[in-house]
Design a protein around this ligand. Structure first.
Ligand code: F6R
Length: 609
């Protein structure tokens, strides 16, 4: 949420900052701004709306200067407007800063500063930081004033700060909001995530909470707020700039839907040993013995990752025989979870930065549970704070609505079920069947993707409806939830996901000719039950789109439209059945003319609780 970019080096900062903002726009896109120093003065431009509005405001004239900070915002305090967009500054326009996070004690700080005569220009919590630095600056130098300020702030921040009096440095700091320092040759790029850095360098330093860095043209120094120096290793980002491009697709979302065969291949590569019916998950090596002893798993996650967790619950209980609970991460810490040393808490997160999920694992750690992660972004906070974990290797997911991360999470969860299952009761024969069929999934997803034209037609036919009911059972019940979430996010139509067996207990009251249902109904152990549900809807005049197994001719008697997926093992059907639902949401959104990569009010990576 909110994207920060900073540059200090020998090149003109202006184009680098704008390019970085565009790469980070998926983190927030209601307003944007930048500040650039030419050594003598700091030029500031801000605008409400997307980055393009900022570009228009700047116009063609280059802004000279080789140090600068920039920000793309997702509003928390203060509505999206030019006045509330970052950078914010102090009274004297000496200190400029961009901030990601929430300052919880800002009201109290603002009142104190106002009493001392400070005048505020925005309705944000962030501005208070600039005034505090100004206030401490009466006694301390720039660096010390920043440190004194950070000691008082409560809440979360990723910060990049410039001072007119110290034009050769940018101070960055982190607590709870991600911040990375890209280390180039004679230049440094600061960003909320690697997508704004990778074009310039793949060498990065991940800042930890409580750390700050003073970055100049020729080097940087990392300390804590007490000015104790910290040595940190330089890591390498393992994906290339190409992977963060649209590669000819109209939208990132569509590209990422089509990336899924590759994403699943990358998730299972080197891990799945089909001949032995096992999964070797190197990231869990250091907890191998603990895993044998666990007798409960609690999955914590949000949104789409939560639905992956629900599929994982079916997988792990059926094949590993381990009881599983799936919790919304945002609720977990407010309950009194019963945890002990034999409980594993598994966080699932694409970004690895979701504040609710992070808070949940911190709570689990406090209570002594083994904390594991399935995370896509390497080096992210959740990846670093879990005891052990499995990376997705799905590459960057830029579309705000999660797609390839989901199927990648499902493939990892099925490998986890295989691993834990084979440690327990699962036979070699069953292990080989699951592993063998999982290996075939990428090819089967390719087959589903070949149906995209037909799905586009169906999307067109149904795009006039304002309500949808998504229904599924057992493994495909969470897929119904995920299908409904996708169409809500991208097309702004009302959709509800329900277990199909639950439909007759209430939601059926909604059904009439204007309220279509989407049934996820592969040929599995609950097929007949699903058909009964479909008949009940048909009998009430409801239209039905079915996602069914190739060769199922009977389904056409009950459904108005059918999208076929290839046959696979029941446990793996979600990896196929979700794909048509992603495409359906995508095409409905596009047909309505919406920006599907940046749906209104949303942002990738929700770093506030
Ligand atoms: C939905 C979506 C969100 C995320 C959720 C969790 O399309 O993208 O619901 O799934 O915010 O994010 P991560 O997985 O990054 O923790």
């Amino acid at each position: 949420m909110c994207g920060i970019v900073g540059y200090i080096g020998r090149k003109e900062a202006h184009p680098i900052l704008l390019d970085g903002l565009k790469r980070l726009e998926y983190r927030g896109y209601d307003s944007a701004g930048l500040a650039i120093s030419d050594g003598k003065k700091i030029s500031v431009f801000k605008s409400a709306g997307k980055i393009i509005e900022l570009e228009k405001k700047i116009g063609k004239k280059p802004i000279s200067g080789s140090a600068g900070i920039a920000h793309t915002r997702w509003a928390t305090h203060g509505k999206p407007s030019t006045k509330n967009s970052h950078p914010h500054c102090d009274c004297n326009k000496n200190i400029f800063l961009v901030h990601n996070g929430i300052i919880e004690n800002y009201q109290e700080l603002k009142e104190n500063l106002s009493r001392k005569g400070h005048k505020f220009r925005s309705g944000t919590d962030s501005e208070v930081i600039a005034h505090m630095i100004e206030e401490f600056g009466k006694k301390y130098d720039f660096r010390e004033a920043v440190m004194e300020t950070l000691k008082i702030l409560k809440g979360t921040y990723g910060l990049a700060i410039m001072s007119k009096d110290f034009p050769d440095e940018i101070i960055i700091a982190r607590s709870g909001s991600p911040l990375i320092l890209g280390v180039g040759k004679g230049e440094f790029i600061i960003a909320s995530d690697a997508s704004a850095i990778i074009r310039h360098t793949n060498k990065v330093v991940y800042l930890e909470d409580g750390e700050l860095a003073v970055v100049g043209k020729d080097g940087y120094e990392i300390t804590n707020v007490r000015n104790h120096s910290i040595k940190k290793k330089i890591s390498e980002v393992d994906w290339s700039f190409d992977k963060a491009q649209k590669q000819g697709f109209e939208h990132f979302m569509l590209k990422e839907i089509f990336d899924q065969p590759g994403a699943v291949r990358d998730a299972i590569r080197g891990r799945l040993v089909a001949e032995e019916g096992v999964a070797r998950l190197g990231g869990l090596r250091n907890v191998e013995e603990e895993l044998k002893k666990i007798d409960k798993i609690i999955i914590v996650s949000c949104g789409t990752s939560y639905y992956a967790g629900l599929v994982g619950e079916y997988m792990l209980e059926e094949y590993a025989g381990v009881p599983v609970e799936v919790e919304y991460a945002s609720e977990f810490r407010y309950r009194k979870p019963i945890l002990n040393k034999r409980t594993a808490v598994l966080a699932i997160s694409q970004s690895g930065e979701t504040a609710d999920t992070l808070a949940a694992i911190r709570e689990a750690k406090n209570k002594g549970a083994l904390v594991l992660g399935i995370v896509n972004v390497v080096g992210s906070t959740i990846a670093r704070e879990t005891d052990s974990g499995i990376y997705n290797h799905a590459g960057p997911e830029i579309g705000v609505a999660s797609t390839k991360a989901f199927t990648s999470q499902l493939s990892i969860l099925s490998m986890l079920a295989l691993k834990l299952g084979r440690q327990r009761e699962m036979s070699l024969v069953m292990g080989k069947r699951i592993a063998g069929d999982l290996e075939k999934i990428p090819k089967l997803i390719e087959k589903v993707l070949k149906e995209s034209k037909a799905i586009k037609k169906i999307a067109k036919k149904y795009s006039k409806y304002g309500n949808f009911l998504y229904l599924g059972r057992k493994y495909n019940c969470p897929i119904a939830y995920e299908g409904a979430l996708k169409i809500k996010e991208i097309s702004y139509v009302h959709a509800e996901g329900y277990p199909s067996g639950e439909m007759k207990h209430g939601p059926i009251a909604l059904i009439d000719k204007d309220f279509p249902s989407i049934f996820v109904v592969p040929k599995d152990s609950v097929y007949e039950k699903n058909i009964s549900g479909m008949e009940e809807i048909k009998a009430r005049g409801g239209k039905i789109i079915a996602v069914a197994t190739q060769g199922d001719k009977e389904i056409k008697k009950v459904a108005d439209d059918v999208i076929y997926i290839p046959k696979t093992l029941e446990i793996l059907t979600p990896l196929l059945s979700v794909v048509p639902l992603q495409l359906l949401a995508y095409y409905v959104g596009v047909s309505k003319g919406y920006d599907v990569d940046k749906p209104r009010n949303l942002a990738k990576s929700v770093t506030v609780e």
